[in-house]
Write a protein that binds this ligand. Structure first.
Ligand code: BES
Ligand code: ZN
Length: 478
């Protein structure tokens, strides 16, 4: 991460946005802010404090100290383009423990979508993005890459003949590179947004050689494949669905923080945001690693677990999941969480085992050791997430609800259940980190399960039927 700091510094030195002053606004942990203030009283001003987050105005020298000495991983702060932005970022009250009213009933649509995901498409697209040589946010190549992606997405829209789908450029204050936004208007709930993101820029210590194949061509190629599939099945979502290719993530989440801020200021109802940043290096035994940083949404993570339990446990699209933690605002999902939205970040590996080549000139497809089969799992998860949260219809048919054959409720720390026609082989209780806490083998048609050993919180009950179907039910212990 040191090379990146050099790039951050060169941005600070050369970028027009910063030319007037050596200092810039950021947010950081309040403890970090105090520590810095004690050490460099002249170089940092704490302009606001809200709980454990502070808004600061600091020199690049103080920022460098923070990066190298105070935090263990990452820059240690989140860049903000103005004092107002820094102040409003720390004053956002995060909706915590909100229960998202998500259900799983789009079996037919999901089945046809995930069967269409092509690892070859993803692989080919990663190669195209790598071939720019660099997508560093200050370069002309980055501009071209964004324009070309716009053309690629526009061509898919044109071929579909649809008028309810569009793509737009978003320009920024903090970087010359634009972001790209692809929108499918919702049919019945168009003011509710389901957003999926990835970042388009790359970084190394050499501005002109930053292939960024895994970080994050893999994420862009993954979301592009989702777009292709959704148009292919003529998906008409009830909620508005957006895909975002963010600019300048690598220098401090610049593109996403400006867009998330705009959405929050406009009071847009972003129901959920999921980020795909690094999807194609299988560094660990499991496949998808949900990040459980405190700013992420527990409930959204649990829903992603529910989706994988439902769609990826058996059948032709099996993959596994685990959990890990970033320990800082490590990608664009943080910008959305900071603005009070429910955000998640499913990652390619555990944090001790991710692609060792990122942020170097070796971050190439040829060094990833697979043919985008890893990324394809993320495209499937992304499609499951979109189809089940934004609902709607595919082709001409509308979905019939999947009437679940288990009823549950929680009372006095007991899980009461009643089975329908299906006989159940086993029941597993899973927490928001994906840990299996309880497994019961022989299940009577109705009864209760003692949950006194479990802490309060959100859980998932997974019933596996004798015929191999998986029925999931979420519950809260309080
Ligand atoms: N893809 C990385 C984030 C990442 C790296 C997550 C390794 C998990 C493991 C991302 O592009 C990145 O480099 N982010 C910056 C943070 C940002 C605020 C500048 C980082 O991690 O330093
Ligand atoms: Zn990245």
């Amino acid at each position: 991460m040191k090379q990146k700091l050099l790039s951050v510094l060169s941005l600070v030195l050369f970028s027009q946005a910063f030319a007037q002053s050596d200092k810039f606004y950021a947010t950081t942990d309040s403890e970090n802010a105090k520590e810095l203030k004690a050490r460099f009283p002249q170089e940092i001003e704490i302009v606001g404090v809200s709980g454990n987050q502070s808004a600061i105005f600091l020199t690049k020298n103080a920022a460098e100290f923070l990066h190298h000495n105070v935090v263990t991983h990452g820059p240690g702060y989140v860049y903000k383009s103005s004092k107002e932005e820094a102040l409003s970022a720390i004053n956002k009250t995060k909706k915590s423990n909100k229960v998202l009213a998500f259900t799983i009933d789009q079996n037919a649509a999901v089945a046809s979508a995930i069967a269409k995901v092509s690892a070859d498409n993803i692989k080919a697209h990663i190669q195209v993005l790598e071939n720019y040589g660099t997508r560093h946010h200050t370069t002309a190549k980055a501009q071209t890459a964004v324009q070309d992606l716009k053309t690629k997405w526009q061509n898919l829209i044109t071929a579909s003949g649809r008028t309810d789908v569009s793509v737009r450029i978003e320009n920024h204050v903090g970087t010359p590179m634009p972001s790209l936004v692809f929108t499918i208007n919702g049919t019945t709930a168009p003011t509710d947004f389901i957003i999926v993101g990835a970042h388009m820029d790359s970084i190394t210590n050499n501005t002109n050689n930053a292939p960024g194949a895994d970080d994050d061509a893999s994420g862009i190629a993954t979301i592009s494949e989702m777009i292709r599939v959704l148009l292919n099945i003529n998906y008409k979502p009830a909620k508005t669905v957006e895909f975002m290719a963010f600019a300048a993530e690598e220098i401090g989440l610049v593109g996403s923080s400006e867009i998330a801020q705009d959405y929050a200021l406009a009071n847009k109802n972003v129901v959920s945001f999921v980020q795909f940043d690094m999807t194609n290096y299988k560094g660990s035994t499991k496949d998808v690693y949900l990040t459980t940083d405190p700013y992420n949404s527990n409930d959204l993570n649990l829903f992603l677990i529910e989706l994988m339990e439902h769609y990826n446990k058996t059948g032709s699209h099996v993959f596994t999941y685990g959990n890990t933690i970033c320990n800082y605002g490590c990608s664009d999902h943080y910008s959305w969480a900071e603005n009070g939205y429910e955000a998640a970040f499913p990652f390619e590996a555990s944090f001790t085992q991710y692609n060792p080549n990122i942020h170097t000139t070796s971050d190439k497809l040829s060094n990833m050791g697979n043919s985008a089969t890893h990324a394809a799992k993320f495209a499937k998860l992304g499609l499951e997430f979109i189809l089940e949260t934004a609902k709607g219809s595919i082709l001409a048919t509308s979905e019939t609800a999947n009437t679940s054959s288990v009823e549950i409720y929680v009372k006095d720390k007991n899980l009461n259940y009643k089975l329908g026609k299906e006989s159940i082989e086993n029941l597993t209780i899973i927490d928001t980190s994906g840990r299996q806490l309880l497994e019961t083998q022989s299940i009577l048609p109705f009864g209760k399960i003692d949950l006194n050993k479990l802490n309060n919180g959100f859980y998932l009950a997974v019933f596996k039927t004798k015929s191999g179907k998986v029925i999931t039910k979420k519950f809260i212990l309080e």
